[in-house]
Ligand binder design. Sequence first.
Ligand code: HEM
Ligand SMILES: *[C@@H]1O[C@H](CO)[C@@H](O)[C@H](O)[C@H]1NC(C)=O
Ligand SMILES: *[C@@H]1O[C@H](CO)[C@@H](O)[C@H](O)[C@H]1NC(C)=O
Ligand SMILES: *[C@@H]1O[C@H](CO)[C@@H](O)[C@H](O)[C@H]1NC(C)=O
Ligand SMILES: *[C@@H]1O[C@H](CO)[C@@H](O)[C@H](O)[C@H]1NC(C)=O
Length: 317
Amino acid sequence: MASYHFLLLVLVVAARIYETEAANKLSTNFYSCNCPKLLPIVKKGVKKAIGNEARIGASLLRLHFHDCFVNGCDASILLDDTRNFVGEKTAAANNNSARGFNVIKDIKANVEKECPGVVSCADILALAAQYSVVYLGGPSWEVGLGRRDSTTASRSDANNSIPGPFLSLTALIKNFANQGLSVKDLVALSGAHTIGLASCRTFAGHIYNDSSIDASYAKFLQSKCPRSGNDIHEPLDYQTPIHFDNLYYKNLLNKKALLHSDQELFNGSSTDNLVKKYATDTAAFFKDFAQGMVKLSSIKPLTGSKGQIRINCEKVN
Ligand code: HEM
Ligand SMILES: *[C@@H]1O[C@H](CO)[C@@H](O)[C@H](O)[C@H]1NC(C)=O
Ligand SMILES: *[C@@H]1O[C@H](CO)[C@@H](O)[C@H](O)[C@H]1NC(C)=O
Ligand SMILES: *[C@@H]1O[C@H](CO)[C@@H](O)[C@H](O)[C@H]1NC(C)=O
Ligand SMILES: *[C@@H]1O[C@H](CO)[C@@H](O)[C@H](O)[C@H]1NC(C)=O
């Protein structure tokens, strides 16, 4: 029994060291020799895209999140279906919902012109997410680089890994723990819902069936979104949907969250105190969000000789 426990301990420690090493393989200066203009090219592409449509910043952030939660940050979300696999684009959380693919495609084309075959699509996703947040007024963080791209994608893995808006707090905590993310990461990263929109289908249950929702806010949303669901979209932060700020948390305190999963973070349980803290302390939210993004961005990257540098993000070389 004792030796069994010892073996388990050794395995756990080894797994931890392995994980840390994988994350440490990413470095901020990975392309500084081979593609020194990468950062300005991505920045310019994001700026132009947000200039065309402010919401796209939110979409780019979400694209990176949905990439990383499905077998790591490996640009698997960008792959079109092939004879060999059904990809992630039509998974429940992505179909008619994930967006920003063309922005990544344009940026990748510009990067390929400058330094062909060098920069991964996964790194472009990570950088685009960070610039989007910064551009909309949020915190910055160091984006480690050196991820490589997957040669496969899986719709069922996406269905199973990306959290849905109907989950309870317990299920959300478990879903994040599966990715090595803490309760604090869950609460801080959910603050991404300070920007962007959600479709009626994702919040109909919350506005018709949940107890924890402000009555007039529910009534307003019900006037636009029928029980059966339709295609209208509403802001996740009804006050400032194109500014990255802490009003999302103030909305939770007032029972004005758009999604069930958002209000679950402030509904009389263990995460209430963190929500209160972020609602009154923007600096604390920004610090924890940035830390959470570094962790999210480092989930199981393909490094070294694993995977490949895709030339077209939507298909394997
Ligand atoms: C905690 C679990 C989470 C759940 C259940 C969840 C669920 C959702 C849902 C249902 C939508 C609306 C999609 C649609 O109707 O098209 C959405 C949008 C969004 N999510 Fe999350 N999300 C979660 C965490 C996150 C995280 C960690 C991030 C990023 C760090 C994020 C970033 C976004 C953004 C920016 C949007 C708006 C996208 C747009 O306007 O195009 N979410 N989320
Ligand atoms: C994805 O959405 C389209 C409608 O745009 C629909 O025809 C298709 O069945 C959906 N796919 C899945 C897997 O739900
Ligand atoms: C994933 O979810 C979609 C949409 O709900 C569903 O149509 C599909 O059957 C699921 N696919 C797999 C492989 O789990
Ligand atoms: C609300 O709850 C009822 C009863 O449990 C259920 O049948 C219905 O589908 C729910 N409505 C929405 C919009 O989720
Ligand atoms: C909040 O707690 C109540 C009471 O336990 C529960 O019925 C409800 O589903 C929870 N979540 C939301 C978003 O209302």
